[in-house]
Design a binder for this molecule. Structure first.
Ligand code: SAH
Length: 208
């Protein structure tokens, strides 16, 4: 039931998402498992939904676009900042070799971990901490996904944790936010501004 609904969601996203690997990943992950019971009936709508701790699971179209922009390879090591429900991390895990995901709320991290374990996705490591700092002990990463908005540029500490050839995507801005993609080459960092989005803020420090 849930996988056919996930497949239908992927089909609805197809007009806006060119990467077939991303659509296949969306079709294979049951989003209903990542939302509270009270929101299950809306799990396959293309909308952000409330989770606990006043946070949200992102809109599927935006998640799909961020996955596409990261241009993931099966061998990639990925950092995901803002675990939330764990849905985005589960999709990253389908497309890459290993995902380290950081969340400031213990409750969200623990729940995401049990959901991902129940789905037998084995290549995700959960950390509770401040995502502004990234994960220096596991850097460099081939890709970094930031799922909460930062002031006027992607956090420097995160860009510094990209491998040469690595890509980062982050929502940037306050009243108006856009996705920014950073690519790291031997010459430095190249940033491109992409579509407008709306994310909860990346808050400094560890939460409760
Ligand atoms: N990727 C999530 C949605 C993210 S919502 C999903 O698929 O469901 C943004 C998340 O970032 C929230 O859970 C919020 O608690 C977390 N967050 C905000 N600031 C943070 C920080 N400094 N470090 C780690 N996580 C943070």
């Amino acid at each position: 039931m849930s996988t056919s609904e996930a497949a239908a969601l992927a089909e609805r996203l197809r007009p806006a998402v060119a990467d077939e690997r991303v659509l296949a990943a969306i079709a294979s992950v049951p989003r209903e498992r990542f939302v509270p019971e009270s929101e299950r009936h809306r799990a396959y709508e293309n909308v952000a939904l409330p989770i606990s701790c006043g946070q949200t699971i992102s809109q599927p179209l935006v998640v799909a676009r961020m996955l596409e922009v990261l241009d993931l390879r099966p061998s990639d090591r990925v950092l995901d900042v803002g675990t939330g429900s764990g849905y985005h991390a589960a999709l990253l895990a389908k497309l890459a070799a290993h995902v380290w995901t950081i969340e400031r709320h213990v409750e969200l991290s623990a729940r995401a971990q049990s959901t991902i374990e129940e789905l037998a996705i084995g290549n995700v490591t959960f950390r509770v901490g401040d995502g502004w700092e990234g994960l220096p002990d596991e850097a460099p990463f081939d890709a970094i996904n930031v799922a909460a908005a930062t002031g006027d540029s992607p956090p420097v500490a995160l860009e510094e944790q990209l491998a040469v050839g690595g890509r980062l995507v982050a929502p940037v801005g306050a009243a108006e936010q856009h996705l920014i993609r950073t690519r790291r080459s031997a010459e430095g960092f190249q940033r491109a501004r992409l579509e407008a989005v709306r994310f909860v803020p990346l808050v400094r420090g560890r939460g409760s």
